[in-house]
Ligand binder design. Sequence first.
Ligand code: ARG
Length: 572
Amino acid sequence: MDEKKLIAELIAGTDENIDAGAVCQALETPPDRKMGDLAFPCFKLAKTLRKAPPAIAAGIMEKLGETELPPVVSKVDIAGGYLNFFFDRGAVSEKVVKAICESGDGYGRSDEGNGKTVLVEFSSPNIAKPFHIGHLVSTALGHSLARIYDHLGYRTVRINHIGDWGTQFGKLITAYKLWGDRETIMKDPINESLKIYVRFHAEAENHPELEDEARKNFRLLEEGDPEITGLWKMFVDASLAEFNRMYELLGVNFDSFAGESFYTDKMPEVVDILREKGLLEESDGAQVVRFDDESMPPCIILKSDGTTIYATRDIAAAIYRKRTYDFFKNIYVVGTPQTLHFRQVFGTLKKMGFECADDCVHVGFGYVRFPDKAMSTRHGDVVLLEDVLNEAVAKTKEIILESSTSKNVDDVDRVAEKVGTGAVIYSFLKNSRERDIIFTWKDILDFEGESGPYVQYAYARGRSVLAKASEAGIDYENADPRLLTGDEEYALVNILAGFQDAVRDAAYRYEPSVVTRYVTDLAQQFNKFYNTCAIMKADGAVRAARLRLTACACECIRKALYLIGVDVVEKM
Ligand code: ARG
């Protein structure tokens, strides 16, 4: 908020020992607007000025009395050691409303990221394995983070680091050659692959020679054997087609699908550099990198049979990304169980002399827990993404059909799809990401609680008033926002003003939940305004101003929901 800077400079102007930057940091928004719009706790200056807070407040107040206050400041008063600044509400409302209307789609945008590239790696499911709920959380978080960085002017690159390499492919191919057939696999690629993979493990218990066969097949794959590579490609393509169906449903897209296999030919260089720098040590036949202070276990680079592993591919990937994109930040959205893995990878990079290790960030997240019994038992322990989304959509449809307003909804299926998937995404991005997510239908689809549908409903409500106004031929686009001075109107204006701060805060903390919190507060305040202030029934100029404010609120809700990957609907 620019007013903060203004007030900070005003205060700093009264005494050369006061630093404007420090004041800006210390300025607070009082819990109750009746106490002012911004408050400055004078005790923050007690040390530098060697005076008691009330005396400091009085001193500043006296000096302010001698100067002309900027037009937006209507009053200053003292309460204990606090200086309280009151703004001219009409002036603030005018500024905020105009900023939203004039910026079109770009409200809250900034150019602070211009010229910088942020890589967001997210989703990253494994070929021939189910896309489980953790991958969905990663998808929701990464999709949102990328949009947030876009909004702040960064060039973003969305990367899906597909798990398409590793010894498990030796097993899968061995199983396929023994018991698989192409047609069955193609019909239901992930489940059918999983079936033969599970069978491999069961049979290998009594026939250990199967393991040798699997190792041989993986080696052949690493050597580029045409037949084995062809089979591998069949599995990759079939799984990707399934994943893409889900990405489409969620509106998610990627710029790169360079998965683990992409780095196979880039690993010898990693091993060479490590060897050259004398960083590789032998440990039980494997080659590892140790960390001097033993702050963490060694990072395994080459297994005893000479094959490379997950970590090696990640090291190669980071180097490749630096060279290809010259990233400002290289973000990995992966569950917290992999925290140690990323510390080892970044630590190894650093030892190799890649300073960009400091710009690599692991954005971790917690587990999803399902207290609803039915949910967690259907497929054993893995909860499948498609089940969750399908159920969300079906349940939403029921709720909409039962509601009194459902007759107004033109396309119930499409609305249920947007509200249902939106509800799931919202629930994943609602709390700080490292906390576990407790998934219950009751909370997720609670149209009155803190939920996706609640926020989407506030938007639809606002849009329906605007539609009525347009039908009645009311012009509100040129309404006078200076009339928006009532408590609920002004509270709403203030939340609208905080949009960019919320986006920025979310970006710097890698926390989309900041935007979720923001849009929830916004929807709640919009509903308060809607319930307290008559809109259509108000008189001419006031009615128009309230309609214009409604349009601004809808625009910000839409944009904030977009940033967390949730679509709006006009009616629900
Ligand atoms: N495919 C992995 C999994 O499902 C996640 C990959 C994470 N990204 C990475 N660069 N290691 O667990």
